[in-house]
Design a binder for this molecule. Structure first.
Ligand SMILES: [Mg+2]
Length: 312
């Protein structure tokens, strides 16, 4: 595969992986690890739930696609436009988180985007930021600034902003890291350093992952926590990716069986693992059945075509 084809495959893998993780985790959102085990054994396939057919994604992917489509249409990060789309998203939101919903309602009522966000440290801004990691993958300064701004539209807490920056950075890092020699230790160190000035606690939580990788997965995840609080969701997703660095499939299965905010852990883990492994490594049984596969692939392709280095 040519270098440009590999990069394109990773763009596709990122958005597709995100939607797959979201859709796999959707039926288990809010359940404990034990409840998931009792209901599904190992959750490793799409299941219908909440009136949605198997393979359906939720707010995580909806909001990510909003950001991606805005980037494609404007060819730049345009928070006013994204805020307008978030306001309209309320009409078709699937499983929205509280902070996103409240902020979107404020936006719909005419509150300017700089003032609409609420002081939440939920994972709502981290779960949807992957497209910015793709768009800015070779522009780290803009990546950080725009990831934070994208968070502020709904989540103003510095922990949420740092979580968004961490996920965007991780996506950008994984697009090229497989080529240049990936190590779990570097990934953790560089991601933690990247967000340290935004929120020290987020950097500390990310650094916690490394010594936990030698534990059983259940124990490691129990120590990190798996709830919707961004200081849990983001490290848990990173942990599943790193624990199963050689397999997209195993990383996703770990993420959606973790319990807690399974769709968001799945979405974040899927975006990062997809960027690392590429769409070619995603099992067909998931790739072929996830909701809106073609639309997601077209969006990822359009984002790839905006990247300056594309075609090199
Ligand atoms: Mg969700």
């Amino acid at each position: 595969m040519k270098r440009s084809e590999k990069l394109r495959d990773r763009f596709l893998g990122c958005l597709l992986g995100m939607a797959i993780g979201d859709a796999l985790g959707m039926p288990a959102e809010g359940m404990s690890r034990e409840q998931i085990r009792q209901k599904f054994g190992i959750l490793e396939d799409f299941h219908p739930a909440r009136g949605l057919p198997a393979g359906s994604y939720t707010d995580d992917t909806q909001m990510s696609l909003i950001i991606a489509q805005s980037l494609v249409e404007h060819r730049r990060f345009c928070p006013e436009d994204i805020a307008g789309r978030f306001a309209r998203w309320r009409d078709y939101a699937v499983g929205p988180g509280r902070a996103c919903w409240e902020a979107a309602t404020r936006l719909a009522c005419g509150v300017p985007w700089r003032e609409a966000g609420i002081p939440s440290a939920g994972c709502g801004s981290a779960m949807r930021v992957a497209p910015l990691g793709l768009f800015h993958y070779c522009r780290r300064g803009e990546l950080k600034k725009d990831a934070v701004t994208s968070s502020v539209i709904t989540h103003t807490d510095s922990r949420a902003c740092a979580g968004a920056a961490a996920v965007a950075f991780a996506v950008s890092y994984c697009l090229t890291a497989a080529e240049s020699g990936f190590s779990q230790e570097y990934f953790i160190r560089e991601t933690a350093e990247f967000v340290e000035d935004l929120n020290y606690k987020m950097a500390e939580r990310i650094k916690m992952i490394l010594p936990l990788l030698s534990l059983e997965e259940e124990e490691g995840l129990a120590r990190l926590g798996t709830g919707g609080f961004v200081l849990e969701t983001v490290p848990a997703a990173f942990y599943c990716f790193l624990k199963h660095i050689h397999s997209f499939r195993d990383a996703l299965v770990a993420a959606v069986n973790a319990g807690g905010d399974t769709d968001s852990i799945g979405a974040i883990c899927g975006a990062i693992a997809g960027a690392y492994h590429g769409a070619g490594k995603i099992p067909l049984v998931w790739k072929d059945r996830v909701q809106d596969r073609d639309k997601i692939l077209e969006t990822a392709d359009a984002l790839y075509n905006l990247v300056p280095a594309a075609g090199n």
